[in-house]
Design a protein around this ligand. Structure first.
Ligand code: HAM
Length: 425
């Protein structure tokens, strides 16, 4: 019996694993400068947390959540997203009682049993951030700048920000009613999902892949915003457009998002070169969520980016390479003969302590086999320690690119290692 990774999952390895490390390292640096602290929440939580936070009538909760019972009969779910768990943690640690402002970031796997396709997985990785306690448009703008800085740091091309306001619990019901009326009049032409969701989650029809394009003359939520929401929206756009700041974005009145917790600002970011699944990041404000989950009125805004997609957009085919050939100073120490192990270790340890990437071979393998190994491992140099050389306190240094080989005294090799350069210029 051979086992395979479950459908929609894969092993993050080779170039993709290196890409993930780089994305996380660059993100940490940006988050630090914006004053965010890291949080690592559990990969599973009480299923009800997501039902309440993300919404019963969303695709995520209706069809995509991995729900299971543990041995104690508790109903749990693998997290389909990061926000609900972070809000749960915010309340559990009573951060609302210590000033209320909290800026947290996270990275890790999320799980949704969606239909797998290129760029869409059942286990995928997100980097995200949540900013609690700031109700003002400045918080939205600050977060948008963060996302932009991050995507710039990643060097993504053709990045586009789409922005909308979806109002608040005060003004959305009236809009919803208008929209339901509009959709009812066209019910027959709507897809099955939208017909079913017509009463429970009509806004989703606006960005439904099938029905969205047919609804260009639907009422726009921007025309139904209450005074406070309109003010917030104006302030944000004024900030983004301020001279000298000029944040590039497009307004998209049909952007509604697939999670129910949003209010006011929502945004989505796409990048080039990704095909159909080109949304690399998304987020928005969720001023009612802390209260929905049993806390006080704490406004919040956040986002998450899809590492799988960002890595693909940034690194392309590099992700499939098993060796990072870019990284220089990879040195393989080949062992040719009896009793050369200790000398080999002396050299490999010195190499590693001076910052080289070093690998030690195996005296049970032939020199030829070790040289093939060194090549597939991506070695730039091979130090060959043979019985003859050992006796002379010497070794051979092979330049894999130049195909040259020289004999060096151990002292010479050590001084070259200590200088960080094996080649003599
Ligand atoms: P989301 O739009 O569901 O938002 O996901 C954010 C990003 O995660 C997407 O733009 C996409 O890049 C990536 N993503 C989502 N599903 C998949 C998948 N099946 N395969 C690969 N990548 C995927 C959220 O999750 C919200 N929690 C964001 C947020 C944080 N809002 C406020 N705070």
């Amino acid at each position: 019996m051979r086992y395979a990774a479950p459908r929609g999952t894969r092993d993050i390895k080779d170039g993709e694993a290196r890409a993930f490390q780089q994305l996380e390292a660059a993100a940490r640096d940006v988050f630090r400068r914006y004053g965010y602290e890291e949080i690592r929440t559990p990969v599973f939580e009480t299923a009800e947390l997501f039902q309440r936070a993300v919404g019963e009538a969303t695709d995520i909760v209706e069809k995509e959540m991995y729900v299971f019972e543990d041995r104690g009969g508790r109903k749990l779910a693998l997290r389909p997203e990061g926000t609900a768990g972070v809000v749960r943690a915010y309340l559990e640690h009573a951060w609302d009682k210590t000033g209320g402002i909290k800026k947290l970031f996270y990275s890790g796997p999320m799980f949704r049993a969606d239909r797998p396709q290129a760029g869409r997985y059942r286990e995928f990785w997100q980097i995200g951030a949540e900013y609690f306690g700031n109700p003002s448009a400045q918080a939205d703008a600050d977060l948008l700048w963060l996302v932009k800085d991050l995507l710039n740091a990643y060097g993504l091309k053709d990045v586009q920000f789409q922005l909308n306001s979806i109002g608040c619990p005060k003004c959305r019901p009236a809009y919803r009613e208008k929209l339901v009326k509009f959709l009812h009049a066209r019910k027959e032409s709507l897809c099955e999902d939208c017909q079913r969701r017509l009463e429970k989650n009509p806004l989703r029809a606006l960005d439904c892949k099938t029905d969205g394009p047919k609804l260009a003359d639907a009422p726009k939520i921007s025309e139904s915003l209450c005074e406070d929401c309109r003010k917030h929206d104006h302030e944000l756009k004024a900030l983004l457009k301020a001279p000298g700041l000029e944040f590039p974005f497009q307004e998209n009145p049909w952007l509604v998002r697939g999670l129910d917790y949003y209010s006011r600002t929502v945004f989505e970011v796409t990048a080039g070169g990704l095909g159909a699944q080109d949304a690399v990041a998304a987020g928005g404000r969720y001023d009612s969520l802390v209260k929905t989950l049993g806390g006080p009125d704490v406004p919040a805004v956040g986002f998450a980016l899809g590492m799988d997609r960002v890595a693909r957009a940034r690194y392309g085919e590099e992700l499939d390479k098993s060796v990072d050939h870019e990284a220089s100073n990879r040195v393989f120490v080949a062992l040719a003969g009896e009793g050369v192990g200790p000398r080999g270790f002396e050299i490999v340890k010195r190499l590693r302590s001076k910052g080289f990437v070093a690998e030690i071979g195996a005296s049970d393998k032939s020199l030829k086999a070790q040289l093939r190994w060194a090549e597939s491992w991506g070695g730039h140099y091979v130090v060959i320690v043979g019985e003859e050389e050992l006796k002379k306190n010497a070794c051979l240094l092979k330049d894999m690119a130049g195909h040259s080989q020289v004999e060096l005294s151990l002292e010479d090799l050590k001084s070259r290692i200590d200088s960080g350069q094996l080649a003599r210029s």
